[in-house]
Design a protein. Sequence first.
Length: 498
Amino acid sequence: MEIIIPTINLASIYPEIVVTIFAIIVLLLHAFTPHHSTSYKGGAGKGGDHLGYISFIGVAYATFLVFTQEGGTEYSFNGLWILDNYSRFFRLIFLLGTGLTILISVKYVKDEGINHGEYYSLILFATVGMMIMGGGADLITIFLGLELMSISLYVLAGYTRNRLTSNESSLKYFLLGSFATGFLLYGIALLYGATGTTNLKGISGFIAEANFGNPILIMGMVLLVVGFGFKIASVPFHMWTPDVYEGAPSPITAFMSAGPKAAAFAAFARVFFEGLPSLQGVWVDLIWVLAVLTMTVGNVIALVQNNVKRMLAYSSIAHAGYVLVAFVSANELGIGGILYYMLAYTFMNIGAFGIIIVVGGKGEKKVNVDDYTGLAYRHPVAAATMSLFLFSLAGIPPTAGFMGKFYIFSAAIKSGYIGLAIIGVINSVVSVYYYLRITVAMYMKEPEPALSDAELRPNLVFSTAMIIAMIIAAYGVLRMGILPSDYIALAQQSYLSF
């Protein structure tokens, strides 16, 4: 029997190693130091914020390592892992989302009595799973990353276990996520049965040489669309999203809406553009339908939501539809648009959830649109910051959201999908209504005159970590909207990886 010794290149996975080590360190620090957190019954934590800051240092160091890695494309571990500009760009998105999530979590976990090492450790392990998905060159590698990410998120969604809605969100996410994983795994099995390999380059080469009309191959491809469709929350695989987003702790909702969604798109695009390019004539029509349904359903249902977290859940579904428009385009602008938009979405969505956390207060009691009434009178800076993020989500210039949508719709027009671009623009216009509902409540509705001054001006506490996160997010939204050329150039360089 021939023994194959894999080509091991640890330098290509240094960022993943660093994040893993810090996840273990945070876990052990909590276990072997005097308990500084409270029980799960609530109450303010008595300990310091060192677990969160140590986690943030690990993320920052991993980000530094990503920047120091040389350019070019390099395969390692016998073709299971690829280091290229595409995976580097998505690594930065994952680490950015994780860093911002940690910062907006520091005060939240103390207020909610969940200031435990497991919380930050699970976030870091989920990030490792996302990074594996972004760098996987084999379906098995991508699946392992997906499972590591998903299992961590199942626990995090129900981390405030004293709240029934959090328990419900965790259980729903686990059951539906496991069901969707079965579709994905069965699709991988069918592709392996049809091609004899799980390596993306091997699959692409086999299909190019053989008869790609094999029904087993087509069925495997469809099952992959179902599996990835669940992870990106596309219609009709979106059923879990509103309940999970509403019930999960707000920092985790922000985290799930950015990093894991970007990881799913990273793997989705690599599998289809690098592994199944010969089947593009088949899957592009399917993705076209999904894009239209996802944009339309997400925006229409968001119009009638009064809970801000549920509203942003359906908004997240709609934004997945916009990214699918770039997916359908399947050109340089389209692939670059996916990367650019996911980076912009990370800034604006986590920023919006940061304000939601502050306004919601302990126990997340103020999460309805009416709770934002008169916020501009009470806290003008918080209202202005929230408006910036909402304008970006709506695609109003000069924000990152506008440039992202312009980039995506331009890609669709360039590929000849003018009708799809028109549908996308119409949906974007529709979305302005429910985003502006919050802005109108903040600026154009007066607080009830019967309220006392203390009630008119409740004490919104912005921790130092939250302020840093909001500054980073606001800067990213404005920088990518006003001076987008550098980010567009990086996104287009990532396209060359294919």
